[in-house]
Unconditional design. Structure first.
Lengths: 450, 732
């Protein structure tokens, strides 16, 4: 007979019968497999902590999103938002699924090029584009989304020396009923800056105004905001045609779709509040179909959603390092996963699942990371069954932003493993070692000797 | 239009020669010349024939009859026969030619009258005008003793001697001394007898001419004749009747008319020839006896009776057999008719005037097709049900307990073609999943009228979602409502049908969808004029502006090309029958095409195969206006556009049964400079020639289009590359 796990005796009020106002008692299901591969085996083979990405989930999610839009609007194009996850393998899955690339820096632009994305399928966003970035993007016929007037002037200068007109769009910010307005990016719609920018672009005769872009926010829980944004961009497109005879070829509605992660401080769980792709698609496409576009020619609808396409495909696997009692008697569990790896734990109350079956007894605990830093908290006040040293766990929905915003801090960043559609695993980013971390360093001569 | 109305000396001569060839349903100029020559075997008859035709044409032109028909010789040939008949019957003299002129006048009026009477049943008048006219002449001239009955035709040697002296007589004797089978002799006599030439030599020359003009007609002439010949033997009828009266041509002409000219040649038409020959024989024998009472020969009466009655009965078919198809556009040779028919059947079999697209955005599945197992039965068998399925083939997410869980629910429904909204039902509630509302079977529906007898209906829409009202004009692709679950709909789906009447729930009409893409596992297939089947995953075609604009050759525009410093100019023309074609000003070559925004088709080509237009015709044979890498546009090219006449000789004979020569056209989308807003598109097409089951690669083409239209096209033919660059002139 297997030896039973020792559990400390405790006293708990019996709440049998009707659910309380907080609902039924929580039961956390274990998550022993990812794409039919045992988590234990993965950790055994690739170490802990470990990032795991499911190619199957990526493709399924992408196709679901694509279907939601394409069955509502005839011309749809997705562009993979590099900043969300720019591991080459991940990007290439999206490109294989026919997504373009959406980049926000020279570095990301280089990465997209390296991944074999044609220049004219790269959308160049963001407020920071150097003159050389602009020059390269223009030469490659990329779609440059202008963020501010200074950039517009730079680009006009660049275009003067080109033999073809760079294709541009302007990023527009607007009041969509969601506050605060993200007015730090792009040109404002309500105060006329956006219209002013359109006029200047057309009058310059050096740039070709191909599209209009907006990105109304992040983790948007209101689909109505998108409806308003799409209507306003559509209205601008019609106005540009009537005033300048400029046909807007595409409308880029950006991203910001929410996932089922629960934001810190949210009253309801993420999976109760996050709209589905269908709901976003319905708002956006119905607004666009209502716009009276010139010549009845619907512009291409571009979507740059990142988070909603990748979050569910990422898992962070870890191991319990220790348990301890804090001074107030609260329980604390120390994990080998810290904020250095799980950057998004600053925003979300991440869902943590044990790998094995646990007891039904829950206790409020705090999950600390392994860093020698007080802020290294993965979850505070989580009601969780007791874990012991060496127990493994899985943090779900971490595909977005973590593999780009992670820090090499105190320790190395772990392996990233991709499970392909056949169930084979591939290390797509090797765990760092000393050489990798210090590769860029150099020691002056006088410090060679200590 | 101007072109048709001008009367040039060329067209007059063509009309005269065609009047000769038209007797064998041909417009072959050489054949016409041969026949003209034959008639001059008897000088008097030859002249009187020519006088009759000339008179007929003169009157036709003066009175302003259809110049096109005059040029095709269809007004002249009856007069010709009358002229020949009178010429052979009587002694030469001024009076004879005088009578011929007036006989011709009468015959042309009779021809026109017959056209009016029989033509309205879209039947040919064949040689009926000749028969009536000539019988009347024969009866009338009994009184005109001054004419004098000729005995020329009875003494063949005398005729030959006057015509060709000793030499011709020798040739004739040599020919007769040859061991030529009796049946073949009768056959040639019969051929000659059509022109009142009662000798084998004339028949032989006619036979050769017929072979040159049409292999199928020639084969049919033998088939018809020998069937009748064998029938006479078999029933023990008096074969001398066939020999002496020379009315064997009735079988020959009937055979050509039914086997290949008025009906598309096929094994079925050949079978009908065999079946009808005994009928013609019986009619011949019967009428010969009746007409003997009046001392009148029956000439081609049996041919006229049988052909006209048979063609008329064909028109009354309710469910016509496509294997026995009538010729609608007469091209005057059975071969051309057949090749055009194969061309149009395989390429435009279901071509319809109104193009119908799928009534939705994105990819949908056919959950029930025509003659479906659930509800598409009986009068409503030709309808489709569409749903959306995900990766795993499921049509809903979660547990599918609510309509909202179904992927198709709430998706936009589009107008499948331009039209007016006929009726709208909009307030039937959606069903609970699994339940059906049989009281309001169709649920919320929109019926759109496209033409007087073409309506489309979409049903089971969401209540309150319909955005159009009766009378609203809709364009193809406009959103008219949302997919729902109302009416007899256990789960959300879109019912789509084409019908001939405006009522909701009217019986369906079998009507193809014009263009759509069918998705396989890793493949795309372009479907044109096809009927989607259950399980198909489909979407509409997304058109490309460059292709759509560049391939839209607007009427009266010109296309200028530069090939090796030589400039070539084509004009886009429309004829009175609304056929559009490109015409090369220099060579006169014409390439007929149709364009309907989604597809450019080249249908026919006339003219020199050396011309650039011929290669253009091949290069642009079929191009669809959506840019889809991975799609191959394929089409059949009938052998008459590819092979030389000598290589076609044998094929022509067997064409009604099978093609061993053919060619395939394949077109692919190679590249575009960018996806969003391309300014340059490259296409490639090639011809594969197939001969006796073996394939050879033919010419290849590279086509480049830009925002202005065609930029250039390259012809790669046996390592020789020819570049044709399109030159644009300013519109002023």
């Amino acid at each position: 007979m297997e030896k039973k796990i020792f559990e400390r005796p405790y006293i708990k009020k019996i709440r049998a019968g009707m659910p309380s106002k907080f609902g039924k008692p929580v039961k956390i299901d274990p998550l022993p497999f990812i794409d039919d591969l045992p988590v234990e085996e993965l950790i055994k083979q690739y170490g802990s902590p470990l990032f795991v990405i499911s190619e199957k989930t990526i493709r399924e999610t992408f196709r679901k999103a694509k279907m939601a839009f394409e069955t509502r609007y005839p011309r749809v194009q997705f562009a993979w938002s590099y900043k969300t996850n720019y591991l080459d393998a991940v990007c290439r899955i999206f490109h294989q699924e026919d997504a373009w690339a959406e980049v926000v820096s020279g570095f990301e632009y280089e990465k997209a090029e390296k991944n074999g994305v044609a220049g004219n399928k790269i959308i160049f966003n963001g407020p920071d584009k150097s003159l050389s970035d602009l020059k390269k993007a223009s030469e490659n016929d990329s779609l440059i989304h202008i963020d501010h007037f200074d950039e517009l002037y730079d680009l006009i200068e660049v275009a003067k020396k080109m033999d073809h007109k760079p294709r541009v769009a302007i990023r527009v910010n607007m009041d969509t009923g969601v506050y605060p307005i993200w007015d730090r990016f792009g040109f404002n719609y309500e105060n006329g800056d956006a219209w002013d920018a359109i006029n200047r672009i057309v009058r310059s005769e050096k740039l070709e105004l191909s599209g209009l872009h907006c990105h109304i926010g992040t983790y948007m829980l209101s689909t109505e905001a998108y409806r308003r944004a799409a209507s306003k961009l559509g209205e601008l497109a019609v106005r540009a045609f009537h005033r300048h005879n400029t046909l807007i070829k595409y409308i880029d509605i950006g991203g910001g779709f929410a996932t089922q992660n629960t934001l810190k401080g949210a009253y309801y769980q993420g999976y109760d509040t996050a709209p589905s792709f269908d709901e976003y698609a319905e708002s956006i496409t119905s607004a666009l179909l209502d716009v009276n576009f010139p010549d009845n020619k619907l512009p291409l609808l571009i979507l740059e959603t990142g988070r909603a396409l990748i979050d569910d495909a990422g898992f962070l696997l870890g191991t319990v390092l220790a348990n301890k009692r804090l001074s107030g008697g609260n329980r604390a569990t120390i994990l080998d996963v810290g904020v250095n790896n799980l950057f998004t734990s600053f925003w979300y109350d991440h869902e943590v699942n044990p790998v094995k079956d646990t007891s039904d007894h829950f206790e409020e605990s705090t999950f600390f990371g392994p860093l020698c830093m007080n802020i290294d908290v993965i979850r505070d006040a989580i009601s969780f069954p007791l874990l012991r040293k060496g127990d493994q766990f899985v943090i779900k929905r971490i595909g977005a932003y973590n593999m780009t915003q992670w820090m090499q801090f105190i320790t190395y960043r772990p392996n990233v493993v991709l499970i392909d559609i056949n169930g084979s695993t591939h290390v797509i980013r090797k765990m760092e070692d000393l050489n990798a971390v210090t590769a860029g360093e150099s020691v002056p001569d006088h410090l060679q000797k200590i | 239009m101007m072109r048709l109305n001008t009367v040039s000396p060329g067209s007059i001569i063509k009309g005269l020669l065609n009047s000769y060839a038209q007797i064998f349903f041909s417009d072959h100029i050489l054949f016409g010349m041969i026949l003209l020559l034959i008639t001059f075997f008897d000088l008097v008859a030859g002249f009187s024939g020519l006088i009759a035709v000339t008179t007929a044409h003169l009157i036709s032109y003066l009175m302003g009859f259809d110049k096109n028909r005059i040029r095709r010789g269809v007004y002249g040939f009856n007069c010709l026969l009358v002229g020949l008949g009178i010429g052979i019957q009587f002694e030469p003299g001024f009076l004879l030619f005088f009578v011929v002129v007036f006989a011709a006048v009468f015959t042309i009026f009779l021809t026109i009258a017959m056209q009016g009477v029989i033509g309205k049943y879209t039947l040919p008048y064949l040689s009926l005008p000749f028969l009536f006219s000539f019988w009347l002449m024969l009866i009338a001239t009994n009184e005109l003793t001054a004419l004098g009955i000729s005995e020329r035709a009875i003494y063949t040697f005398n005729d030959l001697y006057t015509l060709g002296g000793h030499r011709l007589v020798h040739v004739y004797e040599w020919w007769h001394s040859m061991a030529i089978p009796e049946s073949l002799r009768v056959y040639f006599l019969s051929l000659g007898a059509i022109f009142f030439q009662f000798n084998v030599l004339a028949g032989l020359i006619v036979g050769i001419g017929l072979l040159i003009a049409s292999r199928i007609s020639f084969t049919l002439s033998l088939l018809g004749f020998y069937t009748a010949y064998l029938f006479y033997h078999w029933v023990g009828a008096d074969i001398t009747g066939l020999t002496y009266s020379y009315i064997g041509f009735n079988y020959i002409l009937t055979s050509i008319a039914i086997g290949g000219f008025f009906i598309i040649p096929s094994w079925k038409s050949y079978l009908w020839v065999v079946i009808l020959m005994p009928v013609v024989a019986l009619v011949t024998i019967a009428f010969s006896n009746i007409f003997a009472v009046f001392s009148l020969p029956i000439y081609s009466l049996p041919f006229n009776i049988v052909v006209i009655i048979f063609l008329y009965t064909l028109k009354l078919r309710i469910d016509p057999d496509p294997g026995l198809a009538e010729v609608y556009i007469q091209e005057n040779t059975p071969e051309k008719n057949l090749y055009s028919f194969i061309n149009s059947r395989s390429r435009f079999g279901l071509l319809s005037g109104n193009s119908i697209i799928l009534p939705f955005f994105g990819k949908w599945n056919v959950s029930q097709g025509h003659r479906g197992e659930y509800t598409h039965k009986e009068a409503w068998k030709e309808a489709w049900d569409f749903i959306i399925t995900d990766e795993k083939g499921s049509q809903f997410k979660d547990r599918g307990d609510y309509p909202e869980n179904y992927y198709c629910y709430g998706k936009s429904v589009l107008a499948p073609s331009d039209g007016w909204v006929e009726s709208v039902t909009g307030n039937v509630p959606d069903n609970i999943i699994g339940e059906v509302n049989v009281h309001q079977n169709w649920g919320n529906s929109v019926v759109i009228k496209h033409t007087d007898y073409l309506y489309s209906a979409v049903s089971h829409l969401q209540p309150g979602s319909i955005t159009v009202k009766p009378g609203t004009m809709v364009k193809k692709g406009d959103v008219i409502g949302k997919c729902g679950n109302s009416g007899r709909s256990p789960y959300p789906h879109l019912h789509f049908q084409i019908q001939q009447s405006p009522l909701v729930g009217a019986p369906t009409l079998k009507y193809p969808l014009s263009y759509y893409i069918k998705y396989g596992k890793d493949t795309l297939k372009l479907c044109t004029f096809e009927i989607p089947e259950k399980g198909d995953l489909l979407s509409n075609i997304e058109q490309n502006e460059i292709l759509k604009n560049g391939l839209n050759f607007l009427a009266y525009k010109t296309l200028n090309f530069k090939v090796n410093d030589k400039r070539i100019k084509w004009e886009v023309q429309i004829d009175p029958f609304n056929n559009t074609y490109l015409e090369c000003q220099e060579s006169g070559a014409r390439a007929y095409f149709t364009f309907d925004d989604y597809m450019l088709y080249f249908k026919f080509f006339k003219g020199s195969r050396e011309s650039l237009l011929y290669y253009f015709f091949l290069a642009f044979y079929k191009i669809q206006t959506g840019f889809y890498q991975g799609i191959e546009v394929k089409d059949l090219i009938t052998p008459n556009y590819i092979f030389s006449k000598s290589r076609l000789f044998l094929q022509d004979i067997f064409a009604p049964f099978f093609l061993f020569l053919s060619a395939e056209y394949r077109m692919q989308y190679i590249s575009r400079d960018n996806e969003l807003d391309p300014s340059k598109i490259t296409l490639q097409s090639e011809i594969t020639v197939k001969s006796f089951g073996r394939s050879f690669s033919g010419p290849k083409f590279e086509i480049i289009l830009n925002t202005d239209g065609i930029e250039e096209f390259k012809i790669i033919d046996r390592d020789i590359i020819t570049e044709a660059v399109c030159i644009r002139e300013s519109t002023s």
